[in-house]
Design a protein around this ligand. Structure first.
Ligand code: B16
Ligand code: MG
Length: 223
C-alpha cells in the first residue's frame, strides 16, 4: 500500500477570495476605461496575477511599457491586500475544516497548491497553516496552471508519488494541471464547467467521510 497525499487549491476551494480579486481588478479596469464583469473574472480564476493583467490589457487593447505594467500589478495587489486585510476564519468555505480535520486525524499528508503569491498570508489570517505539511504557492512556481508544476512540487515536498495524490480545484486550468500530473482530480464548483475532473462536487458539504475513505483506498492501490 502506497503513501497518499491530498493537495488543495486555495482561492475558490478553501476560501472565497475570488470576490476580492474581482473588486481589485474591477477598480483597475474602471481606471483604465475597460469594461470588466464578474463573468470576465471567471477567466482570471487560478491564473497568475501577471497573466491576469495581460488578459485585462488585451481586453482594453492597451499596450504599455514594462514599468507601467509593473506599477499596475503593484496597484492591483495593494488594493487586493486592503480587501483581504480583515479576513478571518469566518471566511473558510463550509465544511472545509471538516475534511482537513478528518485527514489530519488519519495522518494523511496535506499540501497547498495555489497560484497566489499571497497564499501564506491568507492561510495565516484564517488560521489553517497548521493543517499543511507543505505549501506551494505563486512565489515558488515558474510555470502557471495548467502546467502541472505546482502540484508536482507539492507531491515531492510531501514525499508522495504523483499517482498517489489527489487535487481539489475550482478552476479548469487547475483540473487540467492535476490530470496532466497523473493525479486524481476533484472539481469543486460547477460540475458542467469542471467536467474533465475525475469527481465533482458543488462544495465540501457534499463530500462525506465515506467518500474520503474510498478515495484514500483508491489512491493507496495505485502504482
Ligand atoms: P495573487 P488559486 C489564484 O489562486 C486565483 O484564483 C487567481 O484569481 C489569482 O490571480 C492568482 O491566485 C494569483 O493571486 O495575486 O494573490 O498572487 O486559485 O490558485 O489558489
Ligand atoms: Mg482556485
Amino acid at each position: 500500500m502506497k503513501k497518499t497525499g491530498f493537495i488543495f487549491d486555495l482561492d475558490g476551494v478553501i476560501v472565497d477570495t475570488a470576490k476580492y480579486h474581482y473588486l481589485a481588478w474591477k477598480n483597475l479596469a474602471d481606471e483604465l476605461g475597460i469594461d470588466f464583469t464578474e463573468e470576465d473574472n471567471e477567466k482570471f480564476k487560478g491564473v497568475s496575477r501577471k497573466r491576469c493583467l495581460e488578459l485585462l490589457l488585451e481586453m482594453g487593447n492597451i499596450s504599455v511599457s514594462q514599468v507601467q505594467f509593473d506599477a499596475w500589478l503593484e496597484e492591483k495587489n495593494e488594493d487586493y491586500l486592503k480587501y483581504i486585510s480583515n479576513m478571518d476564519e469566518s471566511e473558510i468555505l463550509p465544511d472545509v475544516t471538516k475534511v482537513l480535520g478528518y485527514l489530519k486525524e488519519k495522518g494523511i499528508p496535506m499540501a497547498l497548491g495555489s497560484a497566489s503569491k499571497n497564499a501564506v498570508s491568507i492561510l495565516e489570517k484564517v488560521e489553517l497553516m497548521s493543517y499543511f505539511d507543505a505549501i506551494v504557492d505563486g512565489t515558488q512556481v515558474t510555470k502557471a496552471k495548467p502546467d502541472p508544476e505546482v502540484f508536482l512540487i507539492a507531491a515531492k515536498k510531501m514525499g508522495v508519488e504523483p499517482v498517489n495524490c489527489v487535487v481539489f480545484e475550482d478552476a479548469l486550468a487547475g483540473i487540467e494541471a492535476a490530470n496532466t500530473a497523473g493525479m486524481e482530480s476533484i472539481g469543486i464548483g460547477d460540475v458542467k464547467i469542471l467536467s474533465d475532473a475525475d469527481h465533482g462536487f458543488n462544495n465540501f458539504t457534499e463530500i462525506d467521510l465515506g467518500f474520503l475513505n474510498d478515495l484514500i483506498l483508491l489512491l493507496k492501490s495505485k502504482n
